[in-house]
Design a protein around this ligand. Structure first.
Ligand code: AMP
Ligand code: MG
Length: 290
């Protein structure tokens, strides 16, 4: 399975069940893929330096998934090569009172990177069409009735449209988005939860509430399918990445990150003739410094 097979840009009907959770690759290839990932990590570092030096484009990498799909470890591994100066990570938690007092894109906007920088969103404003849809959280919103009166479909269709508009706005303002859904299977999630319960060093990652989310699996898949189907565009496609094998998912994510950085085509800034002359002067001065 290649990265291209994971890409969905909205040009045909989307059916999440057609996207595998397992890459079905030979486990014997694990070391090979780890090496390919390491090469991509190196490439990423080189591209990021140019992106930063040039300061023209901002990149947002968004990770969405069910629990235990590997969001945190993907962030840790895939980004291990980049210079922390120039990269930020922001985790979207249950919104605070202050956040709920604003529109749902507010905290995303607040955490956008400056151009030249990369922001990683661990979860994102997509939670506002995922968990909010599955758990019917809009019932709890303090908003005027004109914003809440419609059916579920109307309410969320409007949010999908707002998200498409927002993402196009970002594109038109010098940003690129990489939207990744780590598609883990229910069986694999069970194994990972069991490891979190059985291994003391992993206990902190588990909370009993995780099983309540798991119980809503079909509803979540439905919400993911609708969200991906309605917000994938030419400039902001989704990547549905099989996540049952972490080493394979990491390679695919590294391919996607390298891909988007290459699309930015960052270049070190060219010096003007005046700057070059000034540098030559400085050089003379330094050489003759007593
Ligand atoms: P974790 O990523 O495990 O730290 O959990 C963060 C939790 O915050 C998840 O259960 C998310 O579903 C929840 N969350 C994130 N954004 C929102 C949102 N906009 N509304 C409600 N819950 C959210
Ligand atoms: Mg959690």
């Amino acid at each position: 399975m290649l990265l291209e097979d994971c890409r969905y840009d909205g040009s045909h009907r989307f059916d999440l069940s057609k996207y595998p959770t397992s890459a079905k690759t030979d486990k014997a290839k694990k070391a090979e893929y780890a090496e390919l990932t390491a090469k991509n990590t190196q490439l990423m570092a080189e591209l990021q330096e140019k992106l930063y030096a040039e300061g023209h484009e901002g990149v947002v990498i968004m990770l969405q998934a069910m629990d235990a799909a590997g969001k945190d470890s993907t962030i840790k591994h895939v980004m291990s090569g980049v210079n922390p100066q120039g990269v930020s990570v922001y985790s979207f938690k249950t919104p605070s009172k202050e956040e709920l007092g604003h529109d749902y894109l507010w905290r995303a906007v607040k955490n956008l990177p400056q151009r030249g920088n990369i922001a990683i969103f661990n979860r994102s404003y997509y939670e506002d069409v995922l968990v909010v849809r599955v758990k019917d959280l809009r019932k709890t919103y303090a908003m005027p009735s004109r914003c809440l009166d419609e059916s579920d479909d109307e309410f969320f269709d409007r949010r999908y449209r707002q998200i498409r508009d927002f993402e196009e706005y970002l594109w038109e303002n010098g940003y690129r988005l990489l939207k990744i859904f780590l598609n883990v299977g229910m069986e694999e999630q069970k194994e990972r939860f069991l490891a979190r319960i059985d291994e003391p060093a992993k206990n902190w990652k588990f909370s009993p509430g995780d099983l309540d989310e798991r119980a809503l699996w079909p509803q979540y898949m439905d919400a993911f399918e609708k969200a991906i189907a309605n917000t994938s565009t030419k400039h902001a496609p989704w990547y549905v990445i099989p996540a049952d094998q972490k080493w394979y998912a990491r390679w695919l994510v590294s391919e996607a990150v390298v891909g988007i950085l290459k699309d930015c085509d960052p270049q070190f800034p060219e010096m003007s003739p005046e700057d070059r002359a000034k540098m030559a002067e400085c050089r003379e001065r330094l050489v003759n410094w007593k």
